[in-house]
Design a protein around this ligand. Structure first.
Ligand code: IPE
Ligand code: MG
Length: 271
């Protein structure tokens, strides 16, 4: 056997061992309650690029996409049914035009790649929903998001909500407008809105409220992300930059969620 083959065999054995160990960790973790919905505020891509001397405007964001793939895989293996990713906030449009274009191009590239995966049956039961002011995206991007949503509509193993051009303020305004229009169509008296009417028309109405919000990059803010939906969620922050988020950070956050169950349940009852 030559050295190349030996290295290949060793890599195979090593990755099989790692995957076995991960399965074991997840099995132990599943002895406790698992969050139904985890939301991620993905922060720290540019600091990651700076920290590791990566060049190019999109270097940190590219690394961030690798992290997305791993985190979604882990969530699926653990059995978390819903995941939300804060990919691009409305405020992020205030960044330099070059960076905005760079992030948009990168996201479009990933969406189109995911469409190919969906068409070739390689998406393994993952449903993708885009949430946000999709009308503010360019035509090609908007069409791609629509196509991916339609292609994955029937998938049920993991539901991933990708928030693009998103802010809760805009989501609420959109939802109020939409519910007013619906009510105007059905009656001639003054429009009276209930909380449930607004909730029904939110971009994120297809998924339950998050149980756990994980913010990377050391920030302590919600940054206009699902502020309506997270009044009862547990917020976990980590200093790890988004591209650095690994298995142990996720396991640690879920262990914290399990430790805090008594407190979270008590709060739910008192509301
Ligand atoms: C998050 O990382 C990604 C987006 C908001 C698109 P940042 O780009 O905010 O990276 P930092 O926080 O400046 O390091
Ligand atoms: Mg940031």
């Amino acid at each position: 056997m030559n050295t190349g083959e030996e290295v290949g065999e060793f890599t195979q054995i090593f990755s099989a061992l790692v995957s076995l160990m991960r399965k074991f960790i997840f099995r132990v973790l599943c002895a406790g309650p698992i969050p139904t919905h985890i939301s991620f505020i993905m922060d720290g891509n540019r600091r990651f690029a700076k920290k590791y001397n990566l060049t190019g405007l999109d270097a940190g964001h590219r690394a961030g996409f690798v992290s997305v793939t791993y985190v979604l895989q882990y969530c699926k293996e653990i059995g978390v049914p819903y995941v939300t990713l804060y990919a691009f906030g409305i405020d992020n449009f205030k960044r330099g035009p070059e960076e905005v274009k760079c992030i948009m191009d990168l996201m479009l590239e990933k969406v189109e790649l995911t469409i190919d995966q969906a068409l070739t049956g390689n998406l393994n039961g993952v449903r993708i929903i885009f949430a946000g002011d999709l009308n503010s995206l360019n035509e090609r991007f908007r069409a791609a998001t629509q196509k991916l949503m339609e292609l994955t509509e029937e998938n049920k193993d993991l539901i991933v909500v990708v928030c693009v051009a998103y802010s809760t303020s805009q989501e609420i305004v959109h939802s109020i407008r939409e519910s007013c229009m619906r009510k105007c169509k059905t009656g001639d008296g003054p429009v009276v809105l209930e909380v449930s009417d607004v909730e029904e028309c939110m971009y994120t109405s297809a998924v339950p409220d998050p149980d756990l919000v994980i913010r990377t990059g050391g920030g302590d803010r919600l940054s206009n992300f699902m502020t309506w939906q997270t009044s009862r969620s547990l917020l976990h922050r980590t200093e790890a930059l988004w591209p650095e988020l690994g298995l142990w950070h996720l396991v640690w956050a879920i262990l914290k969620f399990q430790r805090m169950q008594g407190y979270l349940q008590k709060k739910k009852k008192l509301d």
